[in-house]
Structures are given as C-alpha cells and as structure tokens.
Write a protein that binds this ligand. Sequence first.
Ligand code: NAD
Ligand code: MN
Length: 476
Amino acid sequence: MTFEYAPAPESRDVVDVRASYGLFVDGEFTSGHGEPFKSIDPSNEETLAEIATADEADVDRAVKAARTAFDKVWGPMPGRDRAKYLYRIARLIQERSRELAVLESIDNGKPIRESRDVDLPLVAAHFFYYAGWADKLGHAGLGADPRPLGVAGQVIPWNFPLLMLAWKIAPALACGNTVVLKPAETTPLTALAFAEICRQADLPPGVVNIVTGAGETGRALVEHPGVDKIAFTGSTDVGKQIARSAAGTGKRLTLELGGKAANIVFDDAPLEQAVEGVVNGIFFNQGHVCCAGSRLLVQESVAEELLDRLKARMATLRVGDPLDKNTDIGAINSAAQLEKIRMLSEIGEQEGAGRWSPPCELPQRGFWFAPTVFTDVAQSHRIAREEIFGPVLSVLTFRTPAEAVEKANNTPYGLSAGVWTEKGSRTLWMAERLRAGVVWANTFNKFDPASPFGGYKESGFGREGGRHGLEAYLNV
Ligand code: NAD
Ligand code: MN
C-alpha cells in the first residue's frame, strides 16, 4: 500500500525578490552598462527579476575596486581579523538560511528539501571552516608565512549557485585575497543576496564584488590583466578556452569541469543500500551535478536484481514543485539544458540502449524531465561517454574487479567514483586504481568543507575544500 502525499509547500513570503538588481562593486549596488537580462523560475517560466549585465568597463571597475581593497585593507589585515568577518558572514547565512533556500529553489529549480538540508548548511559550513584557517595559515604546511595572491576572478555555474560561491569566496578571503565573482546567468539571485550579507557584515568595500552577466562578462573577467588568479567551475569547453587565454599570463588557474562518474556495485554489496546510493548519485539536484554517478557499473550476477529494485525505487520518486517539501526531483534549470538532455537521450535510444522511466506526470509549464535509466549501454555509446547533466542513468555491467576498473577509467573525465562492496580490502584495491579525485565507499555525493574536491584529466585541476583548497589562493 502506498500513501498519498498532501501538498506541503514552503512559503515564498520569506523572500523579497526585487524587480531589478544592479552589480555589486566597491560595496555599493551600481548599474551595469550591458544589456540587462531576466532570471526566471524554471518550474513555471515566470520572470523573477531583471539583472544588470556588466560590460568590460564595469568589470574593470570591479577589478580595480578589488585591487584597492587588497592593497589598502584586506591584504594587510591580520588573519585573526579577517576570520571575524568570515564568522560573521557564516552566522548571517545561518540566520537567513530559510530565505536563501527558498530563493535558491525558485531561481534554480532544485527541491527545497535539498536547498534547505544540503546547500545552505554546507554554505555556512564552508565559511565557518575557512574562518578557522584565516589566522592559522602559517600552520597549513604551506610555509611559515604564505602570502595571498591578490585579486581572484571567479566564475561559477548554475547547479549549486550559492554553494559554488562559498567554495570560491570563503578560501579566497581567508587567505587574504579579494574577489570579483560572476554567478551564472540563470541563477544570479543568491549571489546578489550574498552581496547584501557582505554589507550586513560590514565587510570593507571592494573585498567582494559581484558582476552579473553571461559568458561575455565571464570572459572579460578572466581576461582582465588585473586578475592574479582565476577560479572557474563549469563546462569543459569553456574551461579549455580559459586555459588557453590564461596561458603565458602568469595568472594562477584552477578548473573544476565536467564528469562522467562510475558508481560501481559488486555482488556482495548490500543492494537495498546501493539502490539508495545509485538514486542519490544520479537524481540528486536533477542530475545537474558534475560528480553525479551517471554511469552505473553493476556486477553481472546481481544486475537483474539491482535493476528491478532500482526501477521500483524510481517509481516512488516525486517530480514537481521545487517548493513542495515532499519533492525529490525539481525542475531542469533551463530550456537549453532540457534540450541537451532530450537530445542525448534520443541519441541513446537510436544507438540501441533500452530506455525506461517510471510513469510520472510532469507539470505543463516549466522545464521537466522524468527520471530515466538506460540499460544495455555499450562503452562506445554517447550516453556512456558524454556528460548529460540531467536525471539520466546509463547502466553497464562487468564480471571482474579488473574489468570494473578498466570500464570506470575509460572516460576523458575523472572527478569522482563510487564503490559498493562489503569488503574493505576491495574498496581500497579499487580506490588505488580509479582515476578520480573523490572515491566514495558505500555512499555517494557526500561533501564536507574539510575534504578536498577536484578532478583528473578533463575534469580539471586544482583542489577546492580542506587544507588543500588553501594552496590555490596562496603564494607558496
Ligand atoms: P558554461 O561553462 O557555459 O557556464 C559556466 C559559467 O561560465 C557561467 O557563469 C557562464 O556565464 C560562464 N561562461 C560562459 N562562457 C564563458 C567564457 N567564454 N569565459 C568565461 N566564462 C564563461 O556551462 P553551461 O553552458 O551553463 O552548461 C553547459 C554544460 O556544462 C552542462 O551541460 C554541463 O555538462 C556542464 N556544466 C558543468 C558544471 C560543473 O559543475 N562542472 C556546471 C555547469 C555546467
Ligand atoms: Mn533563474
């Protein structure tokens, strides 16, 4: 017997979305000189706000404000004083977390359950964690007195808007750098709310600057000669362009790009638990996750049983209103992303894989895609090689651990992997051989500010989070 769920909507009244937003430069909201754009709610396609676009001159102003703040205030400030600002920001985020979670869900489309229970707690945790490092940099194993780099130009994607902001800004500020950050064009609202928090925290003007706009604004920022360090998270294509433009300039660079992670289930794994991990691995955040477990590698002897259980579990996933507290899968972030997911799924069918989705009613308006699994996938299929970045799982099988390793590593990416087995020795044997920045054992998509995160190969280079994450923002 299954229960009907009554709607349990979170209230939108806790957020006050303004009709239009400017740029945040030198501690003030100012107008941008590019063509403004709109950010919409992808669950109903309604416009949320009009957002300024920063042109080259606006970006130049922001970089200069960051430079002045670095030279005069933030760079010379003792770490223990920088820490106080970071703690204050962390506490303000906690105080405003309900509002920020709703804002994130309406601008991005992710379920409130995730923005409230995953994104926001991790955002605050990142600021607390790096606040703790600000006065201890000499004890991080990176030299007795490591120095900040200067101005960081940071460009982030739309899948975890405020969390990616926290991953970028918290370590940069803790190390004594100032920043100019560009949020993604479909999800700028929480970054602009963060700008307000910087003012609430009395952060000195120019330490954090937020410039909104699309790819051209991002390009103006990363190509600006006054930027000392570039941190980018997004697609591998744009990452490659940035690597080319930064070559020979002396700018420091970290790239967090795409992924095509293998979630590997052995025949001795607790299958019930593995199914939960597989579901979490690919359907969390609509599959808009660079480290998503988008390839399920399952040992042949348990493949049928696992797939049956997986399908039964998928049939209970609730797709719909992101603000409903019962929702498991929200809206796809944009029309363009939905188009890409549809296109790759159709190619999967054409290439001969078996497509299955549970019966589920999708809302009429907005961007939606039912949770989908492809079986009989071959290594050569595009759905086994390319990042779909949506709620689509490709299933492959293997017979031996060696074959699992070979298949898992047969990808241009290398961001994450999951191993499901009862044997600790096998977990370690696998972890030694998997070319992935993170290997989860009997779990998936677990994040902690103390734990470094980053890729191999086309997933990028550099590590964010933990003590390792400090190195990207220090002259060591
Ligand atoms: P994208 O790389 O185009 O956008 C990411 C950020 O980079 C955005 O803020 C964007 O405005 C900015 N940008 C775009 N062009 C730029 C340029 N030339 N110079 C500087 N900044 C630039 O990603 P997308 O188009 O939003 O998504 C496309 C695909 O990228 C997705 O389907 C997915 O596969 C992948 N993706 C990966 C991640 C990740 O977390 N690794 C995040 C988002 C998207
Ligand atoms: Mn939006």
